[in-house]
Design a binder for this molecule. Structure first.
Ligand SMILES: [Fe+2]
Ligand SMILES: [Fe+2]
Length: 163
């Protein structure tokens, strides 16, 4: 087993309530990359693998996807609690509504993708799920989570959370 998968500091937005979950998400994305360990399948298809191997890979993929689903759910709840801690004004309300909607929309997209995993080609499915989550988190972290971190920082500067 490889131990090189130290996650890059991806998707970090500078808030201790958000970044640990984003790091955990990066670790799961790394795990998805390691679902297929057969260098003979560069195209991601499992035609050259024994059926037993493809079956085992599909099992790993399902496990990682379930962990990802649980992490996303918990993470969205944690960010929702952070949003609830913000002072109420027009700017924070607008942010929270948009941000919450984004989480709901992505949860739906993710759940549909996870329910449609292709058992015959787990390597391809792993890549599809990875691309889906990676594309989403890159833009979501920049557009929404960074804004939430800034709002939390502003509110903590005005009345420190940990005072
Ligand atoms: Fe987030
Ligand atoms: Fe978010």
């Amino acid at each position: 087993m490889s131990h090189e998968a130290i996650p890059e500091p991806l998707f970090e937005v500078g808030d201790s309530g958000i970044d640990p979950d984003h790091r955990a998400l990066a670790e799961l994305l790394d795990e998805l990359e390691r679902v297929c360990t057969n260098p003979a399948t560069p195209d991601g298809r499992c035609d050259h693998c024994p059926e037993r191997k493809a079956h085992a890979c599909h099992g790993s993929l399902k496990e990682i996807c379930a962990k990802m689903q649980a992490l996303l759910l918990e993470h969205f709840q944690r960010e929702q609690e952070l949003m609830n801690s913000l002072p109420r004004n027009a700017a924070t309300r607008a942010h929270c509504e948009r941000h919450r909607r984004e989480h709901v929309n992505f949860s739906t997209r993710y759940n549909v993708a996870a329910a449609r995993l292709n058992a015959c080609h787990p390597a391809t499915s792993a890549l599809e799920v990875e691309t889906l989550v990676l594309d989403w988190i890159r833009s979501h972290a920049l557009e929404f989570d960074a804004e939430l971190a800034a709002l939390l920082h502003r509110s903590a500067t005005a009345s420190p959370r940990y005072a």
